[in-house]
Design a protein around this ligand. Structure first.
Ligand code: SIN
Length: 521
């Protein structure tokens, strides 16, 4: 346990953290969240979307969507239930009959129009993301571009769903393999990337020739609704995309999306416990599933690392989306010889963050999504401190701001068995743990049931190969803290999920492989 005064001096330069001084709280003016000033007001939709029509819930029920930076209501969205979900699935089943028969080129052309509309409307789409999720506008614009890049990538894949000819083992047979769209797909998306997770799932589904029923997150439905409006404008036919927003009927809607015989595939991004529930429901019809579930990413800084680059990488990985991404660094292991230096540099940079309303230009980091998220982060910090950790920066709920804000936090001397290392924090807490040997740190890094992403910094080429191979994760960042792109196979192993999204493999998740033997030659 490194609790020496020497480290504390090293990480707290004079005047760095005086009690009660909130250096990172910028004085900000808060835009009235209820009014999102869009150039195109037609992008702010409040209803569900079935068969090409914007419709209310049958019982006219709605749920409130709050801006997490202000706790003000952005608007009320139709709260749909089982009946609407069944209807959406039937409509998607009907639309599949014609959409699945279109050519890849036809789907490519429509998806490229959709991509262009997303880029043309980037300012409005980013405003919607910021209003409902809280991330700063610049980051929201980045998310829109990331989301659009999936649409562009899969537009290009729509024309490349190649089959195969396999040399026959029998004289009078010829073997051909073709790819066919699976059918109606259920897409269940999370609030941390209100747009990008739609791009990542909807674009390959459409490119493959599938039709979709989407359940957007109740916290951030507006981005999905805006994208669907743009998809319609791009020429996606009625019934091909359907959206069932829900809050009160989440369980019924989710179950129907998993159990309906018409639905042939489920794609879900969210927590591991919910992925397990959906998988058990999908088992009744043995559906194809892809799940991107929770992570608990290790981030390792070896003694031969470029420490400044590692600090930058840790900030990018840990604090993107205010720590609310599945691939966020969750456990930061630092070799004892560079520990004090790394901790000091990281703490200084984190101390300079400006948390606030994402609409404000000065804001570098936005709020958490809701109060429960703050409670979880506080529980992790309290547990770590009770086991001997020191707080270098932050460590509590931010005061003086109207939304769900938590101070960006750096903890050092964290016990390797603290809750913050066992569970995904999903918040702005960098937990630093000291290690001595490569073997020890690999053991600690892999000592978890999940395996989505892992990161490490080292300049030793042999170690780079060894560690990249040894980490039990689906994705590795070697000397980088940012790995996400549309062109890669994104996904995890162990309890982090099944299947891959994006990249050359992404469209396969939405296609069946069919073998045809030609006889009678
Ligand atoms: C996620 O948090 O689920 C996705 C993160 C990413 O695409 O980078």
């Amino acid at each position: 346990m490194l609790r020496s005064p020497a480290l504390r001096v090293a990480v707290r330069p004079q005047g760095f953290l005086k009690p009660g001084r909130n250096t990172w709280l910028s004085v900000m003016t808060y835009a009235t969240a209820a009014k999102i000033n869009l150039k195109d007001a037609g992008l702010l939709k409040h209803q569900g979307f079935i068969g090409g029509k914007w419709i209310d819930a049958k019982d006219k029920a709605t749920f409130s969507v709050l801006n997490p930076a202000t706790k003000e209501e952005i608007g009320a969205v139709s709260d749909m239930g089982l009946e609407e979900t069944k209807e959406a699935i039937v409509v998607a089943g009907e639309a599949f009959k014609s959409w699945s028969k279109t050519t890849g080129k036809h789907r490519h052309d429509i998806l490229m129009k959709f991509f262009k509309l997303m880029m043309d409307n980037a300012d409005d789409l980013a405003m919607i993301i910021t209003a409902e999720n809280g991330k700063p506008l610049a980051e929201a614009k980045g998310e829109n571009a990331y989301s659009a890049s999936f649409v562009e990538w899969f537009a290009e894949e729509a024309v490349r769903t190649y089959g195969e000819v396999i040399p026959s083992a029998m004289m009078n047979l010829r073997n051909v393999v073709v790819k066919q769209p699976v059918g109606v797909v259920s897409l269940l998306t999370p609030w941390n990337f209100p747009s990008a997770m739609i791009g990542r799932k909807l674009a390959p589904a459409l490119a493959a020739g599938c039709t979709a029923v989407i359940k957007p997150p109740a916290e951030t439905p507006y981005s999905t609704l805006a994208l669907v409006e743009l998809a319609q404008r791009a020429g996606i036919p009625d019934g091909v995309i359907n959206v069932v927003p829900t809050h009160a009927h989440l369980k019924d809607v989710g179950r129907e999306m998993c159990e309906s015989k018409i639905v042939k595939k489920i794609s879900f991004t969210g927590s591991t416990p919910i992925a397990k529930l959906l998988m058990s429901q999908a088992a009744s019809t043995l559906k194809k599933v892809s799940f991107e579930a929770g992570g608990n990413a290790p981030f390792i800084v070896f003694d031969d690392a470029d420490v400044e680059a590692a600090v930058e990488g840790a900030i990018a990985s840990k604090f993107r989306g205010t720590g609310q991404t599945c691939v966020c660094a969750n456990r930061i292991y630092v070799h004892s010889s560079v520990y004090a230096d790394f901790a000091s540099r990281l703490a200084q940079k984190v101390d300079a963050f400006k948390i606030g309303n994402g609409m404000d230009k000065e804001t570098t980091h936005g709020p958490l999504i809701h109060e429960r998220a703050i409670e979880k982060v506080q529980r992790h910090v309290d547990d770590a401190v009770s086991r001997g950790a020191s707080i270098l920066v932050g460590g509590k709920k931010a005061e003086g701001l109207p939304g769900f804000f938590y101070e960006p936090t750096v903890l050092c001397d964290v016990d390797p068995h603290a809750e913050v290392t066992d569970e995904e924090t999903f918040g702005p807490v960098a937990a630093l743990i000291k290690f001595e040997t490569e073997e020890e740190v690999i053991r600690m890094a892999n000592d978890t049931d999940v395996g989505l992403a892992g990161y490490f910094y080292s300049r030793d080429i042999g170690r780079v190969w060894r560690v990249a191979e040894a980490l039990q994760v689906g994705m590795v960042g070697a000397n980088t803290g940012l790995i996400s792109q549309a062109v890669i196979p994104f996904g995890g192993i162990k309890e982090s999920g099944l299947g891959r999204e994006g990249g050359p493999h992404g469209i396969d998740e939405y296609m069946n492989t069919k073998f045809i033997a030609f006889g009678g030659l």
